[in-house]
Write a protein that binds this ligand. Structure first.
Ligand code: 26Y
Length: 819
């Protein structure tokens, strides 16, 4: 229509300062003199956003013109955190914006801290999705993220009298300047109803789904800025709305509540994130969420494809869809429905297209976290998709028994229907058979997938499982969270690592350079002092920045073994009290993390950490030798302060149970040493940093499996290990909870009777390794040299590398694509 996009904006401080005031005046309606802190945040965000939009249009136009294959990342969770600093950093505007704001006596760091955290995820899987979005933009992959625009993200955690309290999270209350509502991209999503067979003369019969309910999925787009702003991708989140916002007949006849029932029911779908990451609740609303965002995304993908292509025949050549765990796995059945029922493809052709289009990433082997839906519920909500699943299942089973001679046990292992515990649909099997590539998230986890949950499917499709070890984005997890270290590295090895993080290796020889080590240690100390300030403000606990900062932050789960860490703290406390004359290395043990609200044992572990902290921190006998801190409300923003401040990173899961871990990578990248088990990506970290620079202890995955088969219990170990016994006695006799001495009875008796998580089995090895770290810390030259090696050798764990592997091996898309 002849309209031109405005000239790209100038990025000098004068222009930026002028534009910030313009936004304050004309978009916010405030005179600069009257502007409050939040007004400055909003004005700054709008100025940055204008620049993003320029790049966004350019990227979208370029991708559309190139007709390149697009990648769609379907995820129930995107744990994004704040976006302003990320955008400013990636657009290289940190310096000029800081200067522009300074002219009005406003501090950029202060402004950035006001932004609410977008916490649309639980933990690792959601944060990985956020890192992947940033890395796709940074590596030039034309990627679109699809997810849910939860009104309430992950709950806010408070600690009251030592226990976790969950409060609603309200990130949208002040509006969200990063999102653009796209009313034109809305789709109807059906639920329930029935399936009819339609017979037109001369044609094969067709199934037609007549849903009983329909809701509207409305798109909200957030731009995701890649490194140096060269590419801006889109995160499209769906919000549910009623098709009729109000039932006027009901309203007019006086039923004012009833008039809104439909609307409330629809909006409930995207109201709140489920806060459990390890136990499937099996609730109808969750299945509605899964189908809602899968179906909306597929309609959107197909509409876009048909806007640029003649048919869906070439869908798999132009589209790759990655399923982030099984949460969007119903997409497999839904795409089949769209191809067969709506677009008239025959079954076999539709199946070929579907399978070539999808990839599936598995993030857990824990049986209790694997999704399976009761057939009755599935059938009632998604009757046609249920029929399709039966048909897929019949095909797979026929193939397995005819071609591979599978026996009954093998067939029931691969079946999409679990006949064991009330009939259920197994979403893992559905995702697996509907994808051409299935990947694990670390080398060990991928091998265990082949041996355990997917053993039989792996036999049937031996080429399908591959490994894609996780990574983290070095923009957020080094440059933005640790400007001190980034500056030091830039001075020392030049800026090349900013564009290619594996060039961090250039810093490796500096481990032997005493002057560099000192500067490296000084940066770490400043980061520790900053964390100590935060803890002092929030909890009124004083920490000594010269003590070892020993940190475990992650979701609270039995397999992650925060309990082992707490027991070690108690044993250390007992030893310090018993031997005050020995030279103890001062240590601060820091914990943070949330428990699923319904996970009783995890909540007890939080309570115990707080009870232990209260007693130890108030005991003058240990003075500054040991402090224990539980920092409430762990989230992405808190992680950005914590990661750079750690000396020691705790990655101590029971071997075989942590699929990868990504916190382990963030800590080591920022120069922490790791104490950990041979689990998840720790195994590969060991290979990269070298065994002298990481502290590995404990049983290996096969040994854990073996002990579990032997019905291992902790009793005999406890009886012969005084350090452990005394610590457990203290817990179970109520030393830490005098007001309720039986509080931790079950927690402790489980160790005696069972020790499922191998806490007793690994205690002694853990204790010894910790004490060797005490000694090492006294030799700061040796410690800092290892710390430098960690940073220098962690480049491979960038999510840029992960994304390049996905692009090449699974998606055949992006720069250097194979198509
Ligand atoms: C089905 C529901 C109960 C559910 C919801 C969320 C199940 C699982 C999850 C989330 C799982 C998760 O976050 N897994 C983590 O994924 C990370 C990224 O791959 C891994 O680093 C980490 O080891 C794994 O626990």
């Amino acid at each position: 229509i002849g309209a031109t996009v405005p000239e790209p904006r100038q990025n000098d401080p004068d222009t930026l300062a002028r534009q910030i005031v313009e936004k304050l005046t004309y978009s916010i309606g405030k005179h600069p003199e009257q502007a409050r802190k939040y007004d400055w945040l909003r004005a700054t965000t709008l100025v940055v956003r204008d620049r993003i939009i320029d790049h966004w249009f350019a990227s979208t136009d370029r991708i559309r013109a190139s007709k390149d294959k697009r990648v769609y990342y379907l995820s129930m969770e995107f744990l994004i955190g704040r976006l302003l600093r990320d955008a400013i950093n990636n657009l290289q505007l940190t310096q000029p914006i800081g200067e522009a704001l300074k002219r009005y006596n406003v501090d950029l760091d202060m402004v950035e801290l006001l932004e609410p955290d977008a916490a649309l995820g639980n933990g690792g899987l959601g944060r990985l999705a956020a890192c992947f979005m940033e890395s796709m933009a940074s590596t030039g992959v034309p990627g679109v993220g699809y997810g849910i625009r939860y009104v309430h993200g992950f709950f806010r955690q408070e600690i009251a009298e030592g226990a976790q309290v969950e409060l609603p999270e309200t990130w949208l209350v002040h509006g969200n300047p990063w999102e653009f509502e796209r009313r034109e991209s809305s789709y109807e999503i059906g639920f329930g109803g029935k399936v009819m067979t339609q017979q037109e003369p001369g044609k094969p019969p067709r199934q037609v789904w007549r849903p009983a309910e329909r809701v509207l999925a409305v798109a909200f787009d957030t731009p995701i800025v890649g490194w140096r702003g060269e590419q801006v991708n889109t995160l499209r989140l769906w919000s549910a709305q009623a098709i009729d916002p109000i039932l006027l007949d009901a309203f007019n006849s006086g039923d004012h509540i009833g008039a809104l029932v439909e609307s409330n029911k629809a909006e409930a779908i995207t109201r709140v994130l489920y806060p459990a990451d390890s136990h499937q609740a099996g609730q109808e609303l969750r299945l509605r969420q899964e189908y809602f965002f899968s179906a909306a995304s597929l309609q959107d993908i197909i509409r876009r494809h048909l806007g640029e292509n003649d048919s869906l025949d070439n869908l798999a050549e132009k589209v790759a869809i990655q399923l982030n765990d099984t949460h969007p796995a119903v997409s497999v059945a839904e795409l089949m429905r769209l191809l067969v029922d709506v677009h008239g493809y025959d079954w076999a052709k539709a199946w070929t297209i579907t399978r070539a289009t999808f990839g599936y990433t598995n993030h857990t082997l824990l049986p209790e976290a694997l999704e399976h839906w009761p057939i009755n519920l599935f059938e009632r909500l998604l009757p046609r998709q249920m029929q399709i699943i039966y048909q897929i299942n019949a095909d797979i089973i026929r193939q397995a028994s005819q071609d591979k001679g599978f026996d009954g046990a093998q067939i029931s292992a691969i079946s999409l229907i679990d006949e064991g515990h009330g009939r259920r649909v197994r979403m893992g099997q559905l995702a697996f058979v509907g994808s051409h590539a299935v990947n694990g998230v670390s080398a060990l986890h991928t091998e265990l997938m082949k041996e355990t949950v997917f053993q039989n499917l792996h036999q049937l499709y031996p080429e399908r499982i591959q490994n894609k070890t996780n990574g983290v984005t070095p923009r957020r997890w080094l440059m933005e969270c640790n400007p001190g270290l980034t500056g030091l590295l830039t001075d020392a090895i030049g800026p090349r690592f900013l564009d290619d993080i594996e060039k961090l290796a250039d810093a490796d020889p500096l481990a032997d350079d005493a002057a560099f080590r000192e500067k490296f240690a000084a940066v770490k100390r400043a980061n520790k002092a900053r964390l100590a300030d935060v803890i002092s403000d929030r909890l009124a606990i004083t920490l000594d920045p010269d003590a070892i900062f020993d940190i475990q932050v992650k979701r609270i789960h039995e397999y992650k073994r925060q309990f082992l860490n707490i027991i070690e703290a108690i044993a250390l406390y007992n030893q310090i009290r018993a031997h005050p004359e020995k030279s103890w290395t001062p240590r601060v043990k820091i914990f943070a993390g949330k428990a699923a609200p319904s996970y009783v044992q995890a909540k007890e572990i939080i309570h115990l950490a707080n009870d232990v902290a209260r007693l130890i921190n108030s005991d003058p006998a240990v003075r500054d030798l040991l402090k224990v801190v539980f920092v409430p409300n762990y989230n992405v923003s808190l992680a950005e302060i914590i990661m750079p401040a750690a000396d020691l990173s705790e990655q101590i899961s029971t071997a075989g149970l942590e699929a990868s871990g990504t916190g382990n990578m963030k800590f080591a990248l920022n120069g922490a040493l790791t104490i950990g088990t041979l689990d998840g990506a720790n195994v590969e970290m060991l290979e990269h940093v070298g065994e002298e620079n990481i502290f590995i202890f404990g049983l290996k995955a096969d040994e854990v499996a073996q002990r579990r088969r032997e019905a291992h219990s902790g009793r005999s170990i406890i009886e012969r290990t005084p350090l452990l016994r005394e610590a457990l006695d203290a817990i179970s006799t109520g030393v830490f909870a005098p007001e309720s001495p039986a509080r931790y009875h079950t927690l402790v008796s489980n160790l005696y009777n069972n020790d499922w998580w191998m806490i007793c089995a690994d205690f002694e090895a853990y204790w010894k390794t910790q004490r060797s770290l005490d000694s090492l810390f006294l030799d700061q030259n040796a410690w800092q040299s290892k710390a430098v090696h960690n940073t220098a050798r962690m480049g491979w764990f960038s999510s840029d590398r992960s994304i390049r592997e996905y692009a090449k091996d699974i998606w055949q898309a992006g720069p250097g694509k194979v198509t």
